[in-house]
Design a protein. Sequence first.
Length: 279
Amino acid sequence: MPELPEVEVIRRDLEREVVGKKIKGVDVDAMRSVRRHRMRKQFTGLLIGRKITGVERRGKYLVLKLDSGDVLVVHLGMSGQLLRARTSKEKQSKHTHVVITFTQGGQLRFVDPRTFGEMFVTTPEELENQVDELKHLGIDPLETAMSWEYFGQVVAQRHAKLKPMLMDQKVFAGIGNIYSDEILFTAGLRWDRMSDSLSAQEIRRLYRAVIETLQDAVKYRGSTLDDNGYLDLFGKPGDYREHHKVYAREGEACRRCRRPLVKQRVGGRSSFFCEACQV
């Protein structure tokens, strides 16, 4: 599933590519992708003739502002992609379910093989009622200015294992399985350390690791794994996988101590870490 860095890369691309453009037409191939609307026309009618005026990110959700006052919300789910086509003649991906065509030319295509993602139109006031997760969204590590002291208070007031805490959207918005492992390696902390057991020095290391890891991941345009599930707006893979220190590197040498990295299955998820470097 795309995490905060991947969604942020797409948000920045959308800001450059579609803001200011007017929607000429909308084609919906699969109603599951617009399932919050009863009929295709209910979805398309709210978009056709409207101009996109801005793009925001709420956790892992993309929110495209429309000149009508409504917002187009996009959630990529497990396998969703937003792809920009310069012309309508460009070949469509097999699982293209929604196509937005602009009056200025070009298209925005929503591709989703597993159809867990979705698009819908709502008002800013109704957004949190539509998506309950957004009512309780935690700190956005890229958007929220915070001191390490405040960060430490947030971490210390919980009695939770570090990896589940980092992935808890009510605590930190947008962090998932990949980046929680990368953050914890950078901080030198095991996934199962209790959050209220950290020293002040460990808090500072974790704080820096969160900020630096996510910023680097955005810089390298996200992580594309073997399934090519994530591609950027232009259909290109992200390069951050080449910089992964632990994720999906079981058995490979740790870049610090050269010992083999290990994988542990916890709660249905795989955690990758170094037994020597993380304590």
